[in-house]
Design a protein around this ligand. Structure first.
Ligand code: FE2
Length: 260
């Protein structure tokens, strides 16, 4: 079984590159399951219900997210209402927060899969422990569901790598998101978990992590609040393709994919 995970879709340029590239990627790699992080799809900050529908309609089975999932107020009731959970928020937010951090589904070919979404808390909001949250989530996944993918949305490289080792052999893949710059450390860990610290964003790379360079430089220079706008140049789709042993859920390989 092949799983295509598409990195953080940033604004209109990110949505466009995903829409334009996906048919070719499907043709080339024949993924059985397509996942994507969509938390920056609406102008770089958050996602709206209509953009959720738009992205799911492209063939993405589940959208994961992170700290920006709360940015668009109109999404909050939508998170609550969606019992089929094709849009996840990090599982380790405090109890009672809208939405869900895990989902279980089936591919068109009838293969069961689980997707889990966690968020780091180093240099981020001090939410619940993602490691303990991962343990709790895994207990809720039916034993027969072997394909288990975790989106670890985190700032600190160390926290992501530590979670990768912590879950090695217990999940099919731990995919790092949030920092928007692809890392070159993709590997299958010894017990069969595919890992990458950051899959990279799908959006404009002529930017500072997706935002117009000048806005961000000004902010660093002055420390004043400013208006951040999504950049336009050098748009790339970044993702990883994970090949797995369907019977065991162990990853066989992970490869980075960049599409311009
Ligand atoms: Fe984020």
């Amino acid at each position: 079984m092949r799983i295509l995970f598409i990195g953080d879709i940033v604004g209109q340029p990110g949505r466009r590159i995903v829409k334009e590239s996906l048919p070719g990627l499907v043709e080339e790699y024949s993924p059985d399951l397509i996942l994507a992080n969509g938390e920056n799809a609406a102008g770089g900050f958050g996602i709206t219900p209509s953009l959720v529908e738009e992205l799911l309609d492209l063939g993405i089975a589940v959208l994961t997210s992170g700290n920006h999932i709360w940015d668009k107020k109109e999404l909050l009731p939508y998170l609550t209402d969606r019992v089929d959970s094709r849009l996840l928020r990090p599982a380790n937010y405090p109890a009672g927060v809208p939405g869900r951090g895990r989902t279980v589904g089936q591919t068109r070919g009838g293969i069961g899969y689980a997707v889990m979404n966690l968020q780091g808390r180093t240099f981020m909001q001090p939410i619940e422990c993602p490691f303990r949250a991962a343990d709790a989530l895994l207990e809720q996944i039916p034993a027969e569901v072997k394909i288990r993918i975790v989106d670890m949305h985190a700032e600190a490289t160390s926290e992501k790598i530590a979670l990768g080792w912590y879950l090695d052999g217990r999940v099919t893949g731990v995919i790092g998101t949030h920092t928007h710059i692809p890392t070159a450390d993709e590997a299958v860990l010894p017990q069969g978990t595919a890992y990458i610290t950051d899959v990279g964003m799908s959006g404009p790379y002529d930017s500072v992590i997706g935002i117009e360079k000048q806005c961000v430089i000004q902010k660093f220079l002055t420390q004043l609040p400013g208006r951040f706008e999504v950049a336009r140049g050098d748009v790339r789709l970044c993702g990883v393709l994970i090949e797995t042993d369907t019977a065991t859920g162990r990853a066989l390989s992970i490869q980075r994919i960049v599409h311009k």
